[in-house]
Design a protein around this ligand. Structure first.
Ligand SMILES: NC(=O)c1ccc[n+]([C@@H]2O[C@H](COP(=O)([O-])OP(=O)(O)OC[C@H]3O[C@@H](n4cnc5c(N)ncnc54)[C@H](OP(=O)(O)O)[C@@H]3O)[C@@H](O)[C@H]2O)c1
Length: 282
């Protein structure tokens, strides 16, 4: 039964969310140097494994270096290429050091999968006295990734080639109550990229943003029941693989754009409905 629900959910996302043939992925990433942030778990780890299997040299970045090294060892043992880098994206100096290290070690980065992220579901009332959580979420989801790309994009532009894939969320299109800090940080990075994308496209560098719905990972587990329809890590990685082949500017489930348009035209009613739901759930 759950299998049928999950298959139906995949259909609801549309054909552009399906996997691509392995040969096409190999042609897109084989022998490329691909930096995957947030590769110590979830979508990032799954993506790193998929891309390494397709012939990429994957650079794995996150804070939990032991996990990254374990993944790098598994990839290397199965004939792939992987290098682990410990970094806290909320630390500007550590981000600059990561840029310096990967360029010194590999000479270039061809692709960045900007995936590391911090999730926080918290009402305004519960944020009282905890504003540092909002600031930290911004550092991990916006300022750190923007700083990282500021260090890596010049090399891509100079070579006239490169691709950035931003792993983002439906919260950017459909902001909802109790997700202010997370949604605003994701939207800030998306807006940064919307300004930067045309500048770098002129030099042959492409930017893709993927607005994911629920993916069952360590991040979503405390908030969403595992029985809810959602993507597996493997399916999410396949979507990123597809984006690396087709290089669309934006990947969102087909129904999100009309719903987001309706929500923005009828913003008052959209917010009133949410307020009513919050009253009921009190
Ligand atoms: N799961 C969903 O339903 C969903 C939906 C839409 C979008 N997304 C996005 O998908 C991305 C991946 O999330 P996930 O679901 O795969 O969750 P996850 O398993 O918790 O992965 C998050 C990754 O980000 C890394 N990270 C967190 N803080 C970091 C920091 N300060 N510096 C460096 N790395 C940091 C974590 O590594 P360390 O802890 O080792 O640093 C981990 O590797 C996120 O950007 C998230 O916003 C997820």
């Amino acid at each position: 039964m759950m299998g049928v629900i999950h298959a139906g959910y995949r259909l609801l996302l549309g054909p552009s969310w399906s996997r691509v043939a392995p040969a096409r992925l190999e042609a897109a990433v084989g022998d490329r140097v691909v930096l995957v942030t947030g590769a110590s778990s979830g979508i990032g780890a799954g993506t790193a494994e998929l891309l390494a299997g397709a012939g990429a040299h994957v650079l794995l970045a996150a804070r939990r270096l032991d996990r990254l090294q374990g993944l790098a060892d598994r990839i290397t043992a199965s004939g792939g290429r992987a290098t682990a880098y410990g970094v806290d994206l909320a630390d500007p100096e550590a981000v600059d050091q990561l840029v310096a290290d990967v360029l010194a070690d590999h000479g270039r980065v061809d692709v960045v999968v900007s995936n590391a992220g911090k999730s926080i579901r918290r009402s305004l009332a519960a944020t009282e006295g905890r504003f540092h959580d909002v600031t930290r979420t911004d550092s991990v989801n916006y300022l750190g990734p923007a700083r990282l790309l500021s260090g890596l994009l010049p090399g891509m532009r100079a070579r006239g080639a490169g691709h950035v894939v931003n792993v983002s969320s439906l919260n950017v299109d459909l902001p909802v109550a109790q997700w202010a800090g997370y949604s605003a940080s994701k939207a800030a990075f998306e807006t940064w990229l919307r300004c930067v994308a045309p500048e770098v496209r002129r030099d042959g560098v492409r930017v893709t943003s993927i607005h994911f719905p629920l993916v069952h990972t360590e991040m979503s587990a405390p908030t969403y029941d595992a029985r809810l329809p959602g993507l597996t890590v493997e399916a999410a990685a396949e979507v990123i693989g597809r984006a690396l082949v087709h290089r669309p500017r934006l990947l969102v489930p087909w129904w999100v754009r009309p719903v987001a348009l309706a929500a923005s035209v009828a913003q008052g009613p959209y917010e009133a409905v949410q307020a009513q739901v919050l009253r009921w759930s009190r």
